[in-house]
Design a protein around this ligand. Structure first.
Ligand SMILES: C[S@@+](CC[C@H](N)C(=O)[O-])C[C@H]1O[C@@H](n2cnc3c(N)ncnc32)[C@H](O)[C@@H]1O
Length: 401
């Protein structure tokens, strides 16, 4: 999508491509690899680290040597404070109470030993090695990512994942990184991903093209799913910092207690959908209502309020001929579809953007999130078809080619 949008916009080398929801940095990496300037913002410090590390340069042999040096230094391991924290290892009170823990002690100890050694590495190798270590620890964890949550691996206790699994996983990952470093250009990539909340921080400078995928309105809290990485990498060190981070994310989930939205003028498609949703909620019987989070209609309103703030600030920073490409997904709650793509099209159009296209990329058959799970299994549930779409805007009428 990034390459297609850049070609479509007729960008020249050195032009700027921006992504206010950078995630692991696909837009900035693609942009910079193709000779443009890649800029981005990301609120989650672990994801920002991933993105910034991916656009950094490294030397394959020096990198591989640095990994081995860390693995060597970690033979004896080191105490890791996370062993007693939350559900990180069997030593933690909460883990004991639940009978489940994210890491076996030897994984955390070996991880810590290698991590401590990275402090001695030169800057050019440090981030890449750290990324591999965090990845290796996650490979050797008792839980893994599954859609929007962390799920314990089947037979995780019997697997007895330990030190050797961590070391093997780090080696496997570092081999891939070294191969990537071999084939990527030796010149540093021109890319920068800022850490921050896109509703509040402004892009430094203006952009020629924005390609982004905001969080979907699917109650998926990225902060939660990346909780282990955030703590392992020291990006957060207590629950308050985790809560603050959650608070800074777009209001696409109900895991944080955010301020109620005040704006509701997002066009007719929005008003009709919210009216249908409220009607449906009012008609749910006590059983269904019990499964239902009452803040969901409010979450939808808050989401569009946030998107409206972002679209407005993007318009201010768009150069005269700039375009904006958004990948979004529709959602459904209690069997009522929220046509997010069409609502975003209306919001953009009332914030200075000229709508060019709403293009369906694919229909989503399997919805892994809670959205309409509550009704999915009932025989009368016809289940709305969700879709992922591209919404394309221009800052000004396009000149005929
Ligand atoms: C759909 S993902 C983007 C995925 C991305 N295209 C990639 O290549 O990985 C949305 C991202 O928006 C981030 N995000 C959520 N709220 C944000 C905010 N207020 N400001 C900036 N980023 C935010 C999330 O942490 C998540 O990484």
């Amino acid at each position: 999508v990034v390459q297609h949008a850049a070609t479509d916009a007729g960008l020249e080398l050195g032009d700027t491509i921006y992504d206010p929801f950078s995630g692991s940095g696909t837009t900035a990496l693609t942009a910079a690899s193709d000779g443009y300037v890649g800029k981005g913002a990301e609120v989650n410090p672990f994801l920002r680290f991933v993105a910034q590390t991916k656009v950094s340069k490294g030397h394959p042999e020096r990198f591989s040597d640095a990994v081995e040096e860390c693995l060597d230094a970690a033979k004896t391991g080191a105490d890791c404070w996370l062993e007693e924290f939350s559900t990180f290892s069997s030593k933690a009170e909460k883990a004991k109470a639940r009978g489940k823990w994210l890491f076996n002690g030897s994984v955390l100890k070996t991880f810590q030993g290698t991590w401590d050694h990275t402090k001695k590495l030169p800057k050019s190798e440090k981030a890449l090695v750290r990324l591999c270590l965090i990845g290796g620890a996650m490979d050797a964890a008792n839980a893994e990512k599954d859609g929007k949550c962390l799920r314990y691996k089947r037979n995780w206790k019997a697997l007895r994942l330990g030190k050797d699994d961590f070391v093997d996983a780090v080696r496997a990952r570092s081999k891939l990184v070294a191969e990537d470093l071999e084939v990527t250009s030796a010149t540093p990539l021109n890319a920068n991903i800022e850490l921050g909340d896109s509703r509040r921080i402004a892009i430094d400078g203006s952009f020629d093209l924005c390609v982004t995928s905001p969080p979907y309105l699917n109650s998926f809290d990225y902060t939660d799913v990346y909780r282990p990485e955030l703590f392992l990498g020291g990006f957060v060190s207590n629950m308050k910092q985790l809560r603050d981070l959650r608070q800074a994310t777009l209001r696409s989930h109900v895991q944080a207690s955010w301020k109620d939205p005040v704006q509701a003028d997002f066009g007719k498609t929005y008003s009709d959908a919210i009216a249908r949703l409220n009607e449906k909620v009012a008609s749910l019987d006590a059983n269904d209502a019990g499964l239902w989070d009452k803040r969901i209609p409010m979450m939808a309103q808050a989401y569009f309020e946030d998107m409206s703030t972002v679209l407005k600030s993007l318009r201010r920073k768009a150069k005269a001929g700039a375009s904006l490409w958004l990948v979004v997904s529709t959602s459904a709650y209690a069997g009522v579809e929220l046509p997010v793509d069409l609502i975003i099209a209306d919001i953009g159009a009332s914030n200075g953007w000229l709508l060019r296209d709403v293009h369906v990329l694919r229909h989503l058959r399997r919805v892994s999130c809670q959205q309409w799970n509550e009704l999915r299994d009932r025989p009368d549930a016809s289940g709305p078809h969700l879709r992922e779409s591209l919404v394309v805007f221009d800052a000004a009428p396009r000149k005929r080619k």
